[in-house]
Design a protein around this ligand. Structure first.
Ligand code: 9WO
Length: 258
């Protein structure tokens, strides 16, 4: 897996590259990261990467030319290594909302060229000519695409074979297929009493069937409270059985009595 990131601020990616697990996986050759700084592809003494917006208005707009050249260089470097064609992705709040299913699809790909914008935006002619996908990590505006790109790459890298050990398996968290798209149940570790708070008795029972049922019901309860849309989805996909439905019904009747 290879990522080519086009950014004015490559230093911002150290949280991704310096993280112990990710760094080890990069040294093992499981993934790699290359930077292409648009400032290196300018032609003027000031190394200008932005200019004022046509039509007026506040702020500055990224010039198409240095971005164009950076993408060209990234494509050339990739072609020296492999013949695969990769998406050219722009991190943008107006893009398609990124999710776990997309992370899994990325994890099975050869990677991407990722564009991180700055200032008020990017000349649309660059986007029209070069960008194949626009991705958002949520409905909020950042000061640049870098933090969004780090978020997406981190979610993909942890899914690559050999990145996590079996103990930390990527198989056990919220949105894992084993949870049927429901939110994860609570976790507890030692001590048995902390700040006067005990742990649920069932987790000490050693009865794995009961523990499994308790976790399922906690997942259903938390998901029904916080993300009813995910309950609806799981139901439509036929992932909720009679026991699940009975438990959800009991939550509703409890709520009505309160
Ligand atoms: C900013 C913006 C604001 C309102 C409506 C549309 C918008 N598009 C952009 C945009 O693409 N901005 C560029 C990248 C330049 C300014 C900083 N950028 C950015 C990316 N801010 N926020 C993001 C982002 C990316 C992915 N997910 C959430 C936010």
């Amino acid at each position: 897996m290879r990522f080519d990131v086009i950014t004015l601020f490559p230093e911002m990616f150290s949280p991704l590259t310096d993280n112990g697990v990710n760094a080890r996986a990069r040294n093992k050759g499981i993934w790699d990261l290359h930077f292409w700084n648009p400032r290196d592809y300018t032609h003027d003494v000031h190394r200008t990467v932005d200019d004022r917006p046509y039509g007026g208005g506040p702020g500055m707009v990224m010039l198409a030319q240095p971005l164009d050249k950076a993408v060209d260089e990234a494509l050339l470097a990739r072609q020296a290594q492999s013949t695969s064609v990769v998406p050219v992705v722009l991190m943008s709040p107006t893009g398609r909302k990124f999710n776990q299913k997309m992370a899994q699809e990325w994890a099975e790909s050869d990677g991407a060229i990722i564009i991180c914008g700055r200032y008020e935006g990017i000349d649309q002619r660059f986007i029209d000519a070069r960008v194949t996908h626009e991705i958002s990590i949520g409905d909020f505006v950042l000061s640049g695409g870098e933090i969004a790109a780090i978020t997406v790459m981190d979610s993909v890298i942890r899914l690559l074979p050999g990145v996590l050990n079996d103990n930390q398996s990527a198989v056990c968290d919220s949105f894992h297929s084993g949870l049927d798209g429901l939110l994860d149940s609570p976790h507890y570790t030692r001590p048995e009493i902390y700040n006067g708070q005990a742990i649920p008795d069932v987790l000490k029972s050693g009865n794995h069937k009961n523990i499994e049922r308790w976790r399922r019901e906690q997942s259903l309860r938390i998901t029904a409270e916080r993300r009813p849309d995910l309950i609806h989805k799981a139901r439509q996909q036929g992932l909720l059985d009679k026991k699940d439905e009975a438990y959800l019904f009991s939550l509703n009747t409890k709520k009505q009595r309160r």
